[in-house]
Design a protein around this ligand. Structure first.
Ligand SMILES: Cc1cc2nc3c(=O)[nH]c(=O)nc-3n(C[C@H](O)[C@H](O)[C@H](O)COP(=O)(O)OP(=O)(O)OC[C@H]3O[C@@H](n4cnc5c(N)ncnc54)[C@H](O)[C@@H]3O)c2cc1C
Ligand code: FES
Ligand code: FES
Length: 474
């Protein structure tokens, strides 16, 4: 097996041989870039995906076309670049030949101290390449992951609008065929095993290979987007001896629409899940629209959100309200488990150590069934839930025929308000009946007090979310 990864840094074919390198497989792309002389535009702010100062763009060959997306380089491990093109602000242009987004930033006075500017420019560049005519909402959304403490966002938004008048045409459009040819020459078929003597990092390209590696190395730590796991390295300074990276497996990113359900590959990133959900699962779309930032959603996966089994993970309550199931597989068999049964206690799931989550199945709603999701956090964007909820309701002839009330942030795991559900089932959907459940919700949960909120405030939020749901569906 190969010890090397290969990618393009700008237009330059670049190899890193981990058997003989100053870098390790868990060196982040940010650390790598900061060690090079020509790429110091990329900045470190938070080292945890929150500020966007380290934003880079990674281009991937998707069926003969390059897809450009913005990422936080501080939480990407180097091997995740294999087979891709990495672009930093230095690759866009220079002082005598600026890229249109850089030129527009100057024209609108979009930079003051400049610390955030390279990161903003890369997010703007991703918008420039992704959308022919981006709407204001699409521009705002693309910039939520970039913080600026001095300039203010108006001139930066204006610069993006100004540059985007060129409809994505730039030097990268001309170079695209050549870049695709170079990317196609990189091995993305035979699994790569990086072994430094101290650390093992496996890169399978198929699900079958990943499952056989998991059978052979059950203790290997699985990563996909690594938006949770990378923080163990960057913030907790943990050493991770053995990693199984699923992020190169195209088969796990597939989203299939069936007549009665949509099957999301566990490796589908949140941004792709969001776009797919817009019409068919609007409550999931709403939740994912306030999930992290664009940079995070481009990397974070559905499988990772479920695999982390966090009590404040944003997708479990709404997925449970949709009655979703997870498919888990080992090398010889597979099983389907209702998501509501999958997490068994605090950060613990039913997953065995030779198994992987391979897909998430969301059934289409039956006629007349409503699902809604709610997230209460201190800020709208880029914030962790204080309390979240996913509710399902079906009313027939004024009577509650089906009800499911799932809450996040109220217990050690996503939990339903079973007593309130039982009380409401078979009754009229009236404010009076909903208010009767308030004490039942209080009895059902003993939330914690932490930096985000006190326990009592969490209980009030849980009660009021149900009232809000009623007022939106009455
Ligand atoms: C800045 C920032 C903002 C964030 N905002 C939000 C937010 O708004 N809402 C929210 O819910 N979360 C948020 N997160 C947390 C994180 O992005 C999500 O939990 C994400 O979905 C994790 O997916 P991942 O692919 O990156 O997981 P990873 O970090 O790769 O893995 C997470 C866990 O899942 C396991 N795992 C991953 N894939 C599989 C698989 N296929 N089979 C079995 N186990 C697997 C891993 O072993 C690990 O335990 C944020 C994180 C950051 C850094
Ligand atoms: S350094 Fe803040 S997002 Fe990467
Ligand atoms: S220009 Fe100073 S942080 Fe944005």
């Amino acid at each position: 097996m190969s010890q090397k990864i290969t990618f393009l840094l700008g237009n330059k074919l670049t190899e890193i041989d981990f058997s003989n390198s100053v870098y390790t497989p868990t060196t982040t792309v940010l650390q790598y870039l900061r060690s090079l002389s020509g790429h110091k535009g990329v900045k470190e702010g938070c080292a945890e995906g929150d500020c966007g100062a380290c934003t880079v763009v990674i281009a991937e060959n998707k069926n003969g076309k390059l897809e450009y997306r913005a990422y936080d380089s501080c939480i990407i491990f180097l091997p995740m670049l294999h087979g891709k093109q990495l672009l930093t602000v230095e690759n866009l242009g220079n002082s005598t030949n600026l890229h249109p987004v850089q030129q527009a930033m100057i024209e609108t006075d979009g930079s003051q101290c400049g610390f955030c500017t390279p990161g903003f420019v890369m997010s703007m560049f991703a918008v420039f390449k992704q959308f022919k005519k981006p709407t204001l909402a699409e521009i705002n959304d693309a910039l939520t992951g970039n913080l600026c403490r001095c300039t203010g966002y108006r001139p930066i938004i204006e610069a993006t609008q100004r540059a985007c008048k060129l409809e994505g045409k730039d030097k990268f459009s001309e170079e695209e065929p050549e870049i695709i040819k170079m990317l196609e020459c990189i091995n993305t078929k035979t699994a790569i095993s990086l072994n430094t003597g101290k650390q093992n990092y496996f890169i399978p390209f198929t699900k079958a290979k990943a499952l056989s590696l998991k059978a052979k190395y059950p203790d290997a730590l699985v990563i996909n987007g690594a938006t949770d796991i990378a923080l163990r390295v960057t913030k907790k300074k943990e050493f991770l001896p053995m990693l199984l990276d699923l992020s190169h497996i195209a088969g796990l990113k597939k989203i299939q629409t069936k007549s009665d359900a949509v099957i999301f590959g566990s490796g589908a990133c949140m941004e792709d899940v969001r776009m797919k959900s817009k019409k068919i699962f609007p409550a999931l779309y709403e939740m994912l629209s306030v999930f992290g930032s664009k940079q995070i959603r481009n990397k974070a996966t559905l499988g990772g959100n479920i695999g982390s089994a966090s009590p404040i993970g944003d997708t479990p309550p709404v997925l449970m309200a949709y009655d979703a199931s997870v498919c888990v597989e080992n090398a010889s068999s597979s099983r389907e488990i209702k998501l509501r049964e999958f997490v068994v206690s605090y950060r613990t799931t039913q997953l065995k150590n030779d198994e992987l989550i391979t897909s998430v199945i969301i059934p289409k709603l039956s006629e007349g069934t409503i699902v809604k999701s709610y997230k209460v956090s201190k800020r709208k964007d880029m914030d962790i839930s204080t309390v979240s909820a996913g509710f399902r309701l079906k009313i027939e002839s004024g009577i509650v025929k089906e009800i499911a009330l799932y809450y996040g942030g109220m217990a050690a795991l996503t939990k339903c308000a079973a007593k309130a559900e039982n009380y409401l089932l078979g009754k009229e959907w009236t404010r009076e009946h909903v208010e009767q459940t308030m004490t039942l919700i209080d009895e059902e949960f003993t939330p914690i007090s932490d930096a985000r909120s006190g326990a009592d405030a969490r209980k009030i939020m849980a009660r009021n979310l149900l009232l809000k749901f009623w007022s939106e569906t009455k």
